[in-house]
Design a protein around this ligand. Structure first.
Ligand SMILES: Cc1cc2nc3c(=O)[nH]c(=O)nc-3n(C[C@H](O)[C@H](O)[C@H](O)COP(=O)(O)OP(=O)(O)OC[C@H]3O[C@@H](n4cnc5c(N)ncnc54)[C@H](O)[C@@H]3O)c2cc1C
Length: 471
C-alpha cells in the first residue's frame, strides 16, 4: 500500500476544482483532514451563523469524500498554534508522504501555515501549497514599479490584462479512490453554533447548493445585474458570498460559468462584466490582506486616520445593532442581518457609513458585529468594506462623502418594499412617508425617532475627519 498524501481542507470546502486535492491525487492515494480550531475562530470573532454554515459545509464535504472512498479525519486543534503538532502526529500515524493545502492570506493563517510547513520539512516530508481561493496570486498583480496596488480601478485593469481565462479553467473533479466509505453522521461538532440565528434552510451547505445558486443567478439575474444589484427589494445578486467565503465555490468556477453564459463578460459594462468586477473586488481585498500586515493587526490602512478619536456611545451602538436607530433603511438592514445572517451590499454600505460617520463610532465595532452575525463573514472583504465606509482604507470613499440613509432609501427602495419587509411597524405607511416616518404626523408610535439629525451629524463627521487628516 503506497504512503498516502495528506490533503488539509480549510476554507476550500469542495471536491471539484480543488487544486491541492487534485495535485495530491496525481501523486497517490489521499487522506483528507480538517482541523477544528474553534477556540481560534472565536478569538477571531467568527460568529455562530458562520460556524453553523461551516459545519454544514464540512458535512457535505465528508459525504462527498466518503462516496469517493477517500478517508477523512477531523481533528481538534483549538488554536492555530496546535496545527503543526496535530498534523505531524497524523502524518506519523498514517506514514503520510506529503502535505497538500491551498493558501489563506490573513496574517495569523499565514503564520500557522508557515509553522506547519516548517514542522513537516523538519520531519523530511514534502509540503505543496497552492493558489486556489483567488484567481491571481497575491504578489502577481503589481504596478509598473513593482508596488502593490492600493486603488481598485488600476488593480482591476492589471488583473484583467494578466488574466488567461483558458489557464484559469476549473480543473475538474477528483476520481474515486476505492469503494465508498460509510459517511459520518456528524463530521464536525462546534460548540458555538447553538447561538446561530440564521435558519439553516436559508443557507444549505455544500458545493451542490453553490452550483445551483450560480446557475440560477446566471439564468435569471446576471444580465440585469448592473441595473438591479443596488435595489435590496430585488433578488438581483447571486447570494454566493457564503459559498465563496468557505470555498464551497471557487472563483475559477464562478468566472468560467459567467464567461460560459456571457462570453463578453470581460469587456464592456453590462451585467456580467459588472459581476466580474465584484469578483475582482473580492480578490483586491485578499491581496491587500496578503500584502499589508497592519491590516490583519486591526490597524487603519491609512496612517493619517490611525488614531482618529471616535465617539463612545453604548446606547447608540445597541440601537444600531437592534435596528432601532429611527432611520428606516439602516434599521431594515440591521434586522435583515439579525434574521438571516446576510445583508444586501448597498445596505451594508449605508449602515456602515451611518455608524462611522453620522454616529462617529469606531469602524472596529461595526466590523466585529458583522463578523459575529454574517454567514458570509470573511476577514478581507469585511475589513475592506468597513474601512471603505469609514474612509480609513485602501481606495476608500473620501471622508466628505457621507451617504444619506433617507436619500439612499428613496433612491434604491422607492416603493418601500424592502423597508416594509423588515419593519412591520411601518408597513401601513405609503411610499412617500416610509422613508422619513417622523415627518408625517409625528410618525408611528411603535417606531423610534432618529437617533441623530442627519444634516448636523454629517457636518460634524466632515469637520472631525478634516481636522484629523490635517493635523
Ligand atoms: C461594510 C461591509 C462589510 C462586508 N463584509 C463582507 C464579508 O464579510 N464577506 C463578504 O463576502 N463580503 C462582504 N462585503 C461585500 C459584499 O457586501 C458582499 O460580498 C455581497 O453583498 C454578497 O452578496 P452576493 O453574494 O449576492 O454578491 P454578488 O453581488 O453576487 O457578488 C458576487 C461575489 O463577489 C464578491 N463581492 C461582491 N462585492 C464585494 C465587495 N464589495 N468586496 C469584496 N467582495 C465582494 C462576493 O464574494 C460575492 O459573493 C461587505 C461589504 C461591506 C460594505
Amino acid at each position: 500500500m503506497p504512503s498516502p498524501q495528506l490533503v488539509w481542507f480549510r476554507q476550500d470546502l469542495r471536491l471539484a476544482d480543488h487544486r491541492a486535492l487534485l495535485a495530491a491525487q496525481a501523486a497517490g492515494p489521499v487522506h483528507a483532514v480538517f482541523l477544528n480550531a474553534e477556540a481560534q475562530w472565536q478569538r477571531h470573532g467568527v460568529g455562530a451563523n458562520r460556524l453553523a454554515f461551516l459545519e454544514r459545509c464540512v458535512q457535505r464535504l465528508a459525504e462527498g469524500l466518503a462516496a469517493l472512498g477517500i478517508p477523512f479525519t477531523v481533528l481538534e486543534a483549538p488554536r492555530f498554534l496546535d496545527a503543526p503538532s496535530v498534523l505531524a502526529a497524523l502524518a506519523d500515524r498514517l506514514g503520510a508522504e506529503g502535505l497538500y493545502f491551498n493558501n489563506e492570506y490573513p496574517l495569523n493563517e499565514r503564520r500557522r501555515d508557515d509553522a506547519v510547513e516548517a514542522a513537516f520539512r523538519r520531519a523530511g516530508r514534502a509540503v505543496h501549497r497552492f493558489t486556489d481561493s483567488v484567481i491571481a496570486a497575491p504578489g502577481t498583480v503589481m504596478t509598473g514599479q513593482g508596488a502593490p496596488y492600493t486603488v481598485f480601478t488600476p488593480f482591476k485593469r492589471r488583473w484583467l490584462a494578466l488574466l488567461d481565462p483558458v489557464a484559469q479553467r476549473p480543473l475538474g473533479t477528483p476520481r474515486p479512490q476505492g469503494a465508498p466509505l460509510p459517511p459520518p453522521t456528524r463530521a464536525l461538532q462546534l460548540a458555538k453554533t447553538q447561538g446561530a440565528a440564521a435558519p439553516a434552510g436559508l443557507w444549505p451547505g455544500g458545493e451542490g447548493e453553490a452550483q445551483r445558486r450560480l446557475d440560477a443567478f446566471l439564468a435569471q439575474a446576471c444580465a440585469a445585474y448592473d441595473a438591479q444589484r443596488d435595489f435590496p427589494a430585488v433578488t438581483g445578486t447571486s447570494t454566493l458570498s457564503p459559498y465563496l467565503a468557505v470555498g464551497a465555490l471557487s472563483p475559477r468556477q464562478a468566472l468560467a460559468a459567467v464567461l460560459g453564459a456571457f462570453p463578453d463578460a470581460l469587456e464592456g459594462a453590462g451585467g456580467a462584466a459588472t459581476w466580474v468586477s465584484e469578483l475582482i473586488w473580492r480578490e483586491f481585498y485578499r491581496h491587500v490582506v496578503a500584502t499589508f500586515d497592519h491590516v490583519s493587526r486591526g490597524e487603519a490602512f491609512r496612517p493619517a486616520f490611525a488614531d482618529l478619536p471616535w465617539r463612545d456611545d453604548p446606547e447608540a451602538l445597541t440601537a444600531w445593532k437592534a435596528g432601532q436607530t429611527g432611520l428606516p433603511l439602516v434599521d431594515a438592514g440591521m434586522r435583515e442581518l439579525a434574521a438571516t445572517g446576510w445583508m444586501h451590499n448597498r445596505v451594508r454600505m449605508v449602515v456602515a457609513m451611518f455608524l462611522t460617520k453620522n454616529l462617529l463610532m469606531d469602524w472596529h465595532l461595526g466590523e466585529a458585529h458583522f463578523l459575529d452575525q454574517l454567514v458570509d463573514g470573511d476577514f478581507a472583504a469585511n475589513n475592506g468594506g468597513w474601512q471603505w465606509s469609514a474612509a480609513t482604507g485602501t481606495d476608500a470613499a473620501p471622508y466628505f462623502r457621507v451617504f444619506n440613509p433617507v436619500t439612499q432609501s428613496q433612491r434604491f427602495d422607492p416603493e418601500g418594499h424592502y423597508l416594509r419587509k423588515w419593519l412591520p411597524e411601518l408597513a401601513s405607511l405609503d411610499a412617500r412617508a416610509i422613508h422619513e416616518p417622523w415627518r408625517w404626523a409625528g410618525g408611528p408610535r411603535a417606531y423610534p425617532r432618529p437617533l441623530v439629525d442627519l444634516k448636523a451629524s454629517r457636518a460634524r463627521a466632515i469637520a472631525h475627519f478634516k481636522a484629523h487628516a490635517a493635523g
